[in-house]
Design a protein around this ligand. Structure first.
Ligand code: NDP
Ligand code: OXD
Length: 315
């Protein structure tokens, strides 16, 4: 089988590892400018952010292995073959990192670190203005109860936070400290309880722009927002307005509508926003390669691999 390879930003090491792990396959490096005849027999691809022309001239492409958990950009790729199967990474070392990221954000909010950093920058001693808020009184809501959302929930529950997850379909979790709700009708009641809201949804037609003024208005006054989902989940203007009015007290954002975040963007200097550069959770090379190699072997045996994307649903 011939596999076409392109992962943005990789230095050649990953390609070499795939070639070592799949010696019975021809792995064609897209950057080596393969000819039309090299591309003709390609039946699969391994990709992260492939260029616009990537799928041109590979009429037999059937399976696309995404080197990512989110598949929104690949599903929007103009050249993606219509009937191809997309297989994504599930966890691949990301869930633990995401749990750490979320915990850091929740602590920022609960321990009021934003206020204290601001006071420090003004050389102000604000001991009498910082009030103790217990973990038990810091209710965390997670939009999304998937591979990442559930691991985040477990980590936060271990730290004493009451956690509730919201998903599309019903979920049951074997942990008394985590509750799960689902569906549009449960969203309002869920939001009413969240002192901290974490977005771990995939970006789909149904979730684009979900973090907007209408949603913020349903949160308790002064709630804190953590968005490591996708930039297009968030209405940036609505967040700035909600911060100005105090409806939202602060935000920690890892993903943005435009990445890299433009230099003149108002988020950069906002005192209540913490920015990280899309690093909340990075796929670990060994775990990701193992997962993709196992899935390639599974597909070749004619079995069902892990992480098949439902293209209609969008994740
Ligand atoms: P999963 O597909 O495992 O989980 C997605 C969850 O979202 C599921 O619980 C699903 O519900 C729920 N969901 C989807 N659509 C809706 C909807 N319309 N209404 C309510 N719930 C919905 O994804 P992962 O946990 O692996 O990843 C989540 C996202 O995290 C990725 O898509 C990506 O955008 C982002 N990500 C960000 C990274 C970063 O570094 N910033 C790194 C990795 C991922 P159900 O259970 O019913 O299917
Ligand atoms: C992913 C990501 O989806 O890094 O894997 O955002």
């Amino acid at each position: 089988m011939s596999i076409l390879f392109y992962c943005e930003g990789e230095d050649g090491q990953l390609l070499q590892t795939f070639r070592q792990r799949l010696p019975d396959h021809v792995i064609v490096d897209w950057r080596s400018e393969p000819t039309v005849s090299d591309l003709h027999d390609i039946t699969a691809a391994i990709v992260w952010k492939p260029p616009a022309e990537f799928f041109d001239n590979s009429p037999q492409m059937r399976t696309v292995y995404a080197f990512s958990a989110g598949v929104d950009s690949i599903l929007k790729h103009p050249g993606l073959p219509e009937n191809s199967t997309i297989i994504r990474l599930r966890d691949a070392g990301m869930a633990q990192q995401m749990a750490e990221y979320a915990l850091f954000g929740v602590l920022q909010s609960q321990r009021q670190m934003g206020t204290q950093r601001l006071a420090q920058s003004r050389r102000q001693w604000i001991q009498n203005e910082v009030r103790a808020i217990s973990a038990a009184d810091t209710r965390v809501g997670i939009l999304g109860a998937g591979a990442l959302g559930l691991k985040v929930a477990e980590r936060l529950a271990l730290n004493g936070y009451p956690v509730c997850c919201w998903s599309r379909s019903a979920r049951t979790v074997d942990n008394v400290k985590i509750t799960c709700v689902h569906g549009q009708e449960a969203l309002g009641g869920f939001l009413n309880t969240c002192n901290v809201l974490i977005c771990l949804l995939p970006l789909t037609d149904a979730t684009t722009g979900i973090l907007n003024a209408r949603l913020f208005d349903q949160l308790p006054l002064g709630a804190f927002l953590i968005n490591p989902g996708r930039g297009a989940h968030l209405s940036e203007k609505d967040l700035l307005d909600a911060l100005a009015s105090g409806r939202i007290s602060g935000a920690m954002l890892d993903v943005f509508s435009t990445e890299p975040l433009p230099e003149n963007h108002p988020f950069w200097n906002h005192p209540a926003i913490i920015i990280t550069p899309h690093i909340a959770a990075q796929s670990l090379p060994n775990e990701s390669v193992n997962q993709i190699v196992n899935n390639i072997r599974t597909v070749e045996r004619g079995d069902v691999p892990d992480g098949v994307v439902d293209r209609k649903r969008g994740y």
